[in-house]
Design a protein around this ligand. Sequence first.
Ligand code: ADP
Length: 511
Amino acid sequence: MLREMGSEETILIADGEPLGRETLKALLMFQGYRLEFAHNGPETLTKVIEIEPDLLLLDAMMPGIDGFEICERLRADPRVAEMPIIMVTSLDDDTARLHGLEVGVDDFITRPFDMAQLRARVRTITHLNRQRRLRTLELQSERDRTQAILEALGDGVIVTDMSGVIQYLNPAAVHLTGFHRAEARGKHWRLLQGAETGARLDEILEVVRTGQTWRGEVVSKRKDGAVYDAALTVAPLLASGTTDELIGFVSVLRDITPLKTAERAKDMFVSNVSHELRTPLSVITLIGDNLDKLYDRLNEDRRRKMIQDIQKHSQALDDLISDILALSRIDSRRMSPDQEQFDLAALVRDEADKLMPLVRERSHKLQFSVAKSVQVYGNISQIGQVIRNLLNNAIKYTLNKGRILCECVAFEKEEGQTDSLWPGFEQLPSGCWAAVKVTDNGIGIGEEHLPHLFERFYRVKAQQNIRGTGLGLAITRELVELHQGHIAVASAFGEGSTFAFYLPLIVAEER
Ligand code: ADP
């Protein structure tokens, strides 16, 4: 970046002879310039860098380092390479002039000076230089501004030349693609893209070469091989001041992976839902049809059985619709916003009480080990549903005369503490927790199913004769997580299962 320029144009007069300096000073005084002086070669070099004059008036015969060498050195220094240099020579010194031109002198003035000519030359060259520097400054500050915007942008920006060779990546592009600037620069754009985009690249560039902007969605690959979805815009990069001279391409990449993932999950959910809804519905329709057609030919018992089947499947359909609605409410966070502090232990007892008829019907034994008061914060009906789902499953998936244990405690987990009796305890962050555990000695779950239990519509195949939607545990987990909680399972096939969930505990001081 160029230094701030003063308002006056500055001329550096470099001459080893006092007389030479005085003469030039007298001629240029009162012309509106700021005059600076250098007495020898080294001083000239230092002052040029220090004051960046608009013009250097350089005597060819400088003590220390002569004028030609000074000129050569300045032309090689990018900071001042463009500064105009007028060399002061003697009238008849053609060799010096030729040499001067070779080392990059812009113009010559000769002794003895013609006052009018000297002033005119100095004015023109100084003024031109001033204009050039101002333009450079403006351009530079515009460039700085653009650079700052690009660096701050959340979208990835990649600039390539006409042949697709990468010239620039902003930090967001580095983050998105996983390639460092140094790795990507100079390589072909293809480097940043996965197989799919690679194939489409030529097609995209063909469109952009005609001057149009290409917009679309692509699937790309990061450096580590991970695939991501991106919204891509590729626009032509035109030479400045032109409307059709294509010099490269500007690509803007936005990571839309979360959006796409949610979209895919929603599509899958919708297709699963319609499948799950259709199954009981087609059974109901079929039985209804048969009942209608064969009514007179069926005996009383048969008819009753068919009506009961219709009721059973209608009930299943009703369960399914309730679960789907519950899930969709959680998905859009529309579940009741009522939040309050409540006693989790009391809630566990209440929910268990409600299920007692079912427990008795199956001749199970339900035991409690529940602390006196375990305070948590949240939506009481949502947490009630969590407890209900876990107890219901324990009752459902345990053969008659089973044993179910329901525990509710409060505890503080210390850093690094482990406890194998509570599933998920190891992964739990340290701190104060309220916890509920439901243990049964039921049919248990094979190890291969455990990672999928909390997925939507996941049911263990061998247990499909037991009524269910495969949504209960998915809902349960979402509700627990909505409360900043955690849920986990431990089970062994044929031995029984243990589900536990943890919610942040409200400790006494906070109450
Ligand atoms: P469902 O409506 O099928 O009960 P859930 O999401 O509640 O759906 O449970 C998913 C699957 O997990 C069930 O189909 C069942 O196979 C298994 N499961 C859940 N709880 C238990 C349990 N306590 N014992 C054995 N298996 C269980």
